[in-house]
Design a protein around this ligand. Structure first.
Ligand SMILES: [Mn+2]
Length: 297
């Protein structure tokens, strides 16, 4: 049984649409802590990292056309990173977004304690740089920065590489920009797209992913709710058809639980504004419980 610390990062400055700042509340209202306690974990909620309200920062949005709100996002990620660095090693941190740019803070924080593999469960690759990004929205750029490429104001949060290309695995990809395709090829990153899952089945894909991730003793899971099919998880900012089914996602979580390799977790991009009766947050809570050991029998 694990000691789990929950940290909310209610930030939507990295996204093109508003609403994911309410993600931490939605996940808490969906009884995240109770779900984890019911399977025997000890849960402490550390509350939220402070994040600026978008309406108070509008004049800063265009201060950098290629990186909207870069100063505010850097400050919020820095605070997230510092909070996680201070946690005792035996604690399993669970970070609630927020848009996916918050993972620069969470991944840098856990990786500061030792080399860490990362499983990025997402419809998108999030490896744009300020140069390749079509939108200037930083939630499409966290992984490029964590791998050491991009803007100095973000890279300086941790300095250099937070993670290494051979330690990164994607599952669920189905919408990848041209610049991102060449980034993934250039770095030789392991990608399991929806096509791979269709062809080989989730059990096989999970087995391959776990084999690669477990080369490091620390494994971080970054779960973007938009990896799930929009029919399962409608409350996401950037829905893409053809995503993970309810059972495919659960099977992945169950196999990760069985492997006992997971040491930290993000749940990001839940958007209650676009949701129906908090369905998406509830499903993300089920995913987290499954990942942390809730079994059918
Ligand atoms: Mn993402």
């Amino acid at each position: 049984m694990a000691q789990i610390n929950i940290l909310g990062v209610p930030m939507d400055l990295g996204a093109g649409r508003r609403g994911v700042d309410m993600g931490p509340s939605a996940l808490r209202l969906a009884k995240l802590a109770a779900a984890l306690e019911s399977i025997g974990h000890q849960v402490t909620d550390l509350g939220n990292v402070s994040s600026p309200v978008q309406e108070t920062q509008q004049s800063n949005k265009q201060s950098d056309e290629k990186l909207h709100f870069v100063h505010e996002i850097a400050a919020t990620c820095k605070e997230t990173c510092e909070k996680l660095k201070q946690l005792p090693n035996k604690v399993l941190p669970m970070v609630l977004g927020g848009d996916h740019s918050i993972s620069m803070g969470s991944v840098a924080g856990v990786a500061a304690k030792g080399r860490t593999s990362v499983l990025w469960i997402d419809a998108h690759a999030d490896v744009n740089t300020p140069e390749t990004s079509p939108s200037g929205n930083i939630h499409g750029m966290p992984l490029a920065h964590l791998l050491g490429e991009g803007d100095q104001r973000l890279l300086s949060i941790w300095g250099g590489n937070a993670i290494y290309p051979e330690d990164l695995v994607f599952i669920g990809l189905r919408s990848v920009d041209e610049g991102e395709k060449s980034f993934l090829k250039r770095h030789g990153i392991t990608t399991f797209t929806m096509t791979d899952i269709d062809r080989q089945g989730m059990a096989k894909i999970a087995e391959l992913a776990i084999a690669q991730l477990s080369k490091q003793s620390r494994v971080h899971i970054s779960f973007d709710a938009d990896a799930l099919d929009p029919s399962v998880a409608p409350g996401v900012g950037t829905p893409v058809p053809g995503g993970l089914s309810y059972r495919e996602a659960h099977l992945l979580m169950e196999l990760l639980a069985e492997s006992e390799i997971v040491t930290s977790l993000d749940l990001v991009e839940v958007n209650p504004i676009l949701d129906t009766q908090n369905k998406t947050a509830q499903i993300m809570v089920e995913m987290a419980a499954s990942l942390l050991g809730k079994a059918i029998l």
